[in-house]
Every structure is written in structure tokens, then in C-alpha cells.
Design a protein around this ligand. Structure first.
Ligand code: SF4
Length: 212
């Protein structure tokens, strides 16, 4: 059912503006408390469900970021070695099976959201797309004193965890690199294949240049 738009006077707007947060209380809590009460509670964001999710695998991956960095580098090398195979079969033909595997493996390990432009190696193996605000360049100003998220109080802030994970990694300082905004047109595509195809094309070009 479409919501009806009504004109808002300045006094309406002032009444709708939540009070500013007292010290020690996040703005999200103030906004939530001042919101009109209703019988509809979306199942997906119930506190109970949030408590039940422990983020255990995601946090394990961050704790083992150094080992995963090593593994990922080998895996990328292997994928690049197979570039002639992917190219021979056709990248578009192998996309569906590779994406199927990528989605499940990264979904299990990192709660991957398939943004298609993976930056896990620059974020301590903590997927930034799990940030409710989908920030790609560090945390917002609302991180709680216990290091948890302003919006999801039971979830550790993905950027606090990203910093911790990055400190274990050999190339962890990549977290300081400025990331581009998410290109939404790449959603649900394979980051593995994209990176491999780009590296493979660069390799082919270099080889052609050397042979000329
Ligand atoms: S950065 Fe994107 S591709 Fe990488 S794990 Fe997160 S959602 Fe998935």
C-alpha cells in the first residue's frame, strides 16, 4: 500500500525531530525510543533473532585473517593460472557455477553480500557490506563504547573488527587505502572472476608487448 505524502509545516518538523542524545546514549537509541509504537515488528530485525546470531564464523575468519590472507593469495594465483581455461570456455559460461561456489563459501565464512567488488584483503577479512550503513572507508561516529554497532547493538562493528583483523595481516596497512563507492551494477556478480579476468588480460597484454 503506498504511503500518503502530506505537507509538513516547520512546527510539525520540529515536533518530529527526536531530542539529541544525552551523554552515553547513542542517537539510534533515542530515535528508536521516540518512534511511534506499532504492532508491526519486522521479523528480520527482532532483537531475539539478533541475539541468536552470534557472528561466530565471521569473527573466526577475522581472527584468522593472516592465514586467510595467505590462502587467498595462493587461491588467486591458482585462479589466474586457470585464466586460459576460463577464457577458452568463456568467462560468461563459467560465471554461474563459480558464482554459486563463491556465494556459498564467502557467505559462510564472511557473511558476504556479493557486492561483486571484494575488498576483504583491505579490511582485515571483515566484510564492510555487513555494516548497516554499508560504509567502505571506516566506521561512522556511532560505534558504542563496547565496540558494537550503533544500529545493530548486538553486532560488533565491522570496522572495529576490520582494524583488528588488519593488524594480523602482512599487508594489513591496505586498510588505509581509500575505497571507491560501491558500484551497485556489480551486485551479484563474481569478484573472483572479475579480478582474474583483469589480471589475465594485463598478463596477456604484457606478453603481447614483450613479443612485439
Ligand atoms: S566485500 Fe563484497 S564480495 Fe567481498 S565479502 Fe563483502 S560483500 Fe562479499
Amino acid at each position: 500500500m503506498p504511503e500518503t505524502l502530506t505537507s509538513t509545516t516547520p512546527s510539525d518538523a520540529a515536533a518530529a525531530t527526536p531530542p539529541s542524545a544525552p551523554v552515553g546514549v547513542t542517537q539510534a537509541t533515542v530515535v528508536k525510543k521516540s518512534a511511534p509504537k506499532s504492532d508491526y515488528k519486522p521479523a528480520d530485525v527482532s532483537p531475539q533473532r539478533r541475539v541468536q546470531r552470534s557472528y561466530a564464523i565471521r569473527l573466526w575468519s577475522i581472527r584468522h585473517s593472516r592465514g586467510l590472507e595467505w590462502f587467498y593469495a595462493r587461491f588467486a594465483d591458482l585462479f589466474l593460472l586457470l585464466h586460459p581455461v576460463w577464457k577458452g570456455i568463456g568467462y560468461s559460461r563459467v560465471e554461474a557455477p563459480v558464482k554459486f561456489v563463491e556465494k556459498r563459501v564467502k557467505g559462510f565464512m564472511f557473511d558476504c553480500r556479493m557486492c561483486g567488488q571484494c575488498i576483504l584483503s583491505s579490511t582485515g577479512m571483515s566484510c564492510p557490506m555487513n555494516c548497516p550503513k554499508q560504509l567502505r572507508n571506516g566506521p561512522c561516529g556511532g560505534v558504542r563504547a563496547n565496540g558494537n554497532c550503533e544500529v545493530e547493538p548486538d553486532m560488533p562493528c565491522v570496522w572495529v573488527k576490520a582494524w583488528e583483523g588488519s593488524r594480523n595481516m602482512v599487508h594489513g596497512d591496505a586498510i588505509l587505502n581509500l575505497q571507491k563507492p560501491v558500484d551497485q551494477s556489480l551486485r551479484e556478480t563474481s569478484a573472483w572472476l572479475r579480478v582474474t579476468a583483469q589480471a589475465g588480460a594485463a598478463k596477456d597484454q604484457a606478453r603481447a608487448g614483450a613479443g612485439a
